[in-house]
Design a protein around this ligand. Structure first.
Ligand code: FAD
Length: 523
């Protein structure tokens, strides 16, 4: 069980046992590294200063994709790696990483020509080894408008359909964290690294502040990997080792509208005419649209969509579809930071999405850049380096995360997921996988929302109502009404279960209300 009670035991272990590896950051990068390291036999701890996936890993476009636009930047190696990883990640969690056909409309006056697109998509499929039945199909103008009648027709000259995958980034991250835990890692949320400890100028551990229990303790670790995403440079500064390359943060915003305001039939990737491409992705009762790409230097703890961001996306939609979207139609939004590596003279959109590893003289290993999709290969590279440098004398396994399913018990194929969905609601199956069966059984004696909460508290280390509504269920983004109606019963259940005081309930309620307000307010 990966529960609130387990958390207390895990904290005790962090305080008393020496670790081979401490991973800082519970986003997808840190989670992937913890799973890779633990499964190879390294005694591994992971600390996350907020909740798992609090950072960029809950604020992406939520696609497991090869990055079609990186072909334009001639990043063939990156496209090959992340493109090939799509099928692997789908196989590891078929209920959560779902095949999604993407429509790419082609225009007379903007974007690429048909021949270049046809060749580019062929190359994309070839680099990623896409199965023949899933390879790109070019469409005529008539076929494109039939596939998406909402497209404004005047400028369309044709289109293409190609294969990608859709996921829920925060759920993918928590599944990797849980899998790391099943493989003996010790992952804990709400634990901040506030300092490093040294012997002979080499890192030997870190000071941790446990914000859930208001305590401070030290952890001993032979090696430390800094996978803190947008905060990577802060930790390098703490280690006095921020030299040479540095991070360049860019903000990406998504807006959410009710499906009836933009009833697209399928996911679309369209050219805005200013050199940028935007996704419109239907999901259950909403459509979400994104993203932007602008330089960012404000607070990393509270990243928000501005009025300009929202207006830009609304205008992009209205010039592409027969829609009359306004900023007031937006019911929710999210904004995330890309932790990219700075390259002199390059604009936000031109910066490479490749990951890079930095090593300090004190032995701090930092990793930044990369994509959600490529988390497994990034983790393999980092753990290979850790083993080569510090554990050469140990008999450790080679990376085998491509064959460690991300749920237990899981599904062996997407076909099995489809069969399972005949018995249970699709939303639950895509969120909880086979655990849906137990949740639905429990819902016979309580409200379904509370049965979901019970599961998340017992098996997904939910210790705050925001963990549940934002990162375990995505309600803030995809079903804001359910969140608004569920606040009081969820707070009551958590109060009863975790022994919260009235003050604590008040703070949690305010936090939830602020999240709802801020996700729909643009300044
Ligand atoms: P994060 O998820 O930010 O994790 C770092 C964690 O470290 C945070 O949770 C933070 O709280 C924690 N931390 C920081 N400091 C400390 C400390 N002192 N102690 C303890 N913990 C600490 N990729 C794709 O493959 N597909 C997409 O569709 C896609 N879309 C994107 C859209 C946008 C708008 C953006 C911004 C990115 C997108 N990406 C996408 C890229 C992808 O989301 C990121 O590469 C990835 O999520 C980065 O994960 P991370 O773990 O490195 O960082």
């Amino acid at each position: 069980m990966f529960s609130h009670t387990t958390r207390t035991n895990l904290i005790k272990r962090l305080q008393t046992e020496p670790f081979d590896l401490l991973v800082i950051g519970g986003g997808i990068t840190g989670a992937g590294i913890a799973l890779d390291a633990a499964s190879r036999g390294l005694k591994t701890a992971l600390v996350e200063k907020h909740d798992f996936a609090f950072g960029t890993s809950s604020r992406s476009t939520k696609l497991i994709h090869g990055g079609l636009r990186y072909l334009k930047q001639l990043e063939f190696g990156l496209v090959r790696e992340v493109g090939s990883e799509r099928a692997v990640v789908h196989q590891l969690a078929p209920h959560l990483v779902l095949p999604e056909k993407m429509l790419l409309p082609l225009y007379e006056k903007r974007g690429f020509g048909s021949i270049l697109t046809s060749f580019g998509l062929k190359l994309y499929d070839w680099l990623a080894g896409v199965k023949p039945e899933d390879q790109r199909k070019m469409l005529t103008r008539k076929q494109t408008l039939k596939a998406e009648p909402l497209l404004q027709s005047s400028d369309i000259k044709g289109g293409a359909i190609y294969a990608e995958y859709r996921t829920d980034d925060a759920r993918l991250t928590i599944e990797i964290v849980k899998t790391a835990f099943r493989n003996s890692a010790v992952p804990v949320n709400y634990c901040v690294v506030t300092n490093f400890n040294y012997e002979d100028q080499k890192i030997t551990g870190a000071t941790i502040r446990d914000d859930y229990n208001n305590t401070v303790f030290n952890i001993k670790a032979k090696t430390i990997v800094n996978a803190a995403g947008p905060w990577v440079d802060e930790l390098r500064e703490l280690d006095n080792s921020k030299k040479g390359k540095r991070l360049h943060l860019t903000k990406g915003v998504h807006i959410v509208v009710p499906k009836e305001k933009l009833p697209v039939r399928q996911a679309i990737y369209f050219d805005v005419g200013d050199g940028r491409m935007i996704f419109a992705i239907p999901r259950d009762r909403i459509t979400y649209i994104g993203t932007t790409d602008t330089n960012y230097s404000d607070s990393k703890e509270e990243v928000r969509a501005s009025k300009d961001d929202a207006t830009y996306l609304v205008n992009a939609v209205n010039q592409t579809f027969s829609s009359k979207l306004t900023v007031s139609d937006i019911e929710s939004s999210w904004a995330g930071l890309r932790p990219l590596i700075h390259e002199e003279g390059k604009s936000a959109s031109e910066l490479s999405r490749k990951d890079e590893i930095f090593e300090s003289d004190s032995n701090l290993i930092s990793i930044a850049g990369g994509k959600l999709t490529g988390y497994r290969k990034m983790a393999e590279r980092v753990v290979d380096l850790v083993i080569e440098k510090y554990f050469e004398d140990r008999e450790l396994k080679r990376c085998y995360t491509a064959s460690i399913p991300l749920t237990n018990p899981g599904f062996s194929s997407y076909g099995e997921v489809e069969v399972f969905k005949r018995r249970f609601p699709a939303r639950l199956v895509h969120t909880y996988g086979r655990a849906t069966e137990q949740i639905v059984a429990n819902a016979s004696s309580m409200d379904l929302l509370l049965a979901e909460l019970e599961h998340c508290m017992e098996h997904e280390m939910v210790v705050s109502a925001s963990d549940f509504f934002i990162r375990r269920t995505g309600s803030l983004f995809f079903n804001i009404d359910r969140m608004e109606n569920g606040i009081e019963p969820v707070l009551q259940a958590m109060k009863d279960r975790l022994g919260w005081s009235e003050d604590k309930v008040k703070t949690e309620r305010q936090r939830l209300k602020d999240s709802i307000k801020l996700s729909g307010q643009f300044l």
